[in-house]
Design a binder for this molecule. Structure first.
Ligand SMILES: Nc1ncnc2c1ncn2[C@@H]1O[C@H](COP(=O)(O)OP(=O)(O)OP(=O)(O)O)[C@@H](O)[C@H]1O
Ligand SMILES: [Mg+2]
Length: 265
């Protein structure tokens, strides 16, 4: 590990390749996030988005490459770095037959941070409550988690990640299957976190909602097609290459509207 210092990039990835059996899911990925920022990773199904987040978490072992997060090397120091990361996995389901309450789910974020040995304190409850407030779900503290809608459950899972008070937030498709109002709540809270100095990396294949909130965008399709400021790289040429189909980009005043990228559209 390196001496702690503000010069360490938050995320540094060099020549990363990841394979499942003999098939490469990621090939020669190199990028850095030097400062606190909001990065959106965009790409079609199967392009390696989830694999990249898992590589950052040390959950998949690279074939080649070096990953450093907050100065720690991953995967060898993944347990150290894991405590600083809030992770919202793609399509996580908590067993609906289990009688867990919303507060239990959010408090899991505090337990994950402390380890199982220590008891939850009043402060842990306060932090968990505040996290639930941030996603506008505080009225549901004592409700059974299984009674919530999909979008409400997604908010609670984000609150659980916020409750860990992370330096880095990794979210895998947090906007999929939620309505526009919930998308707004989620994006606003992520933008606020980024403004407070948390680094946010969000994976999505749904472009339009995130153009305004992201500082940087990475276009991914096994390799990095492009990475940069949203306005510099969200063009028809690069998006069509990323999604391997014709994508239209329309300027509506200040707003960019993209169509053809999302097969659900
Ligand atoms: N556990 C696994 N074993 C074998 N192959 C896998 C495994 N996980 C992913 N893959 C393959 O690796 C590639 C990248 O998968 P990944 O889940 O990272 O894509 P993704 O961009 O997250 O896709 P989606 O938008 O559908 O979530 C795909 O071809 C997938 O089939
Ligand atoms: Mg995925």
């Amino acid at each position: 590990m390196e001496v702690e210092g503000s010069m360490n990039p938050v995320v540094s990835v060099k020549n990363l390749s990841v394979a499942y059996e003999d098939k490469l899911a990621l090939e020669d990925i190199t990028f850095e996030l030097k400062e606190q920022a909001f990065l959106s990773i965009i790409g079609p199904n199967g392009s390696g988005k989830t694999t990249l987040l898992k590589a950052l978490l040390g959950m998949v072992r690279p074939v080649t490459g070096i990953i450093r997060i907050l100065g720690y090397e991953v995967p060898s120091e993944r347990y150290e770095v894991r405590k600083q990361i809030g992770y919202v996995p793609q399509r996580e389901r908590i067993d609906p037959t289990k009688p867990v309450l919303v507060k239990d789910v959010v408090l899991m974020g505090r337990i994950a941070k402390k380890g199982w040995s220590r008891r939850l304190t009043e402060k842990d409850h306060d932090v968990a409550r505040r996290a639930l407030e941030m996603v506008e779900m505080n009225d549901f503290w004592d409700e059974p988690y299984a009674h919530l809608s999909g979008g409400q459950q997604q908010r609670v899972l984000i609150a659980r990640a916020l409750a860990t008070e992370p330096k880095l937030l990794l979210l895998d498709e947090p906007l999929s299957g939620v309505d526009a109002a919930t998308q707004d709540v989620i994006l606003n809270v992520l933008r606020e976190e980024a403004d407070r100095g948390v680094t946010v990396i969000m994976v999505t294949h749904d472009l339009n909602p995130l153009i305004e909130v992201s500082d940087y965008v990475m276009l991914l399709n096994r390799t990095i097609i492009a990475m940069g400021r949203s306005r510099d790289i969200l063009n028809e040429y690069l998006l069509s290459r990323t999604f391997m189909r014709r994508v239209s980009v329309i300027m509506a005043g200040e707003k960019i509207v993209i169509s053809g990228a999302d097969h659900h559209a």
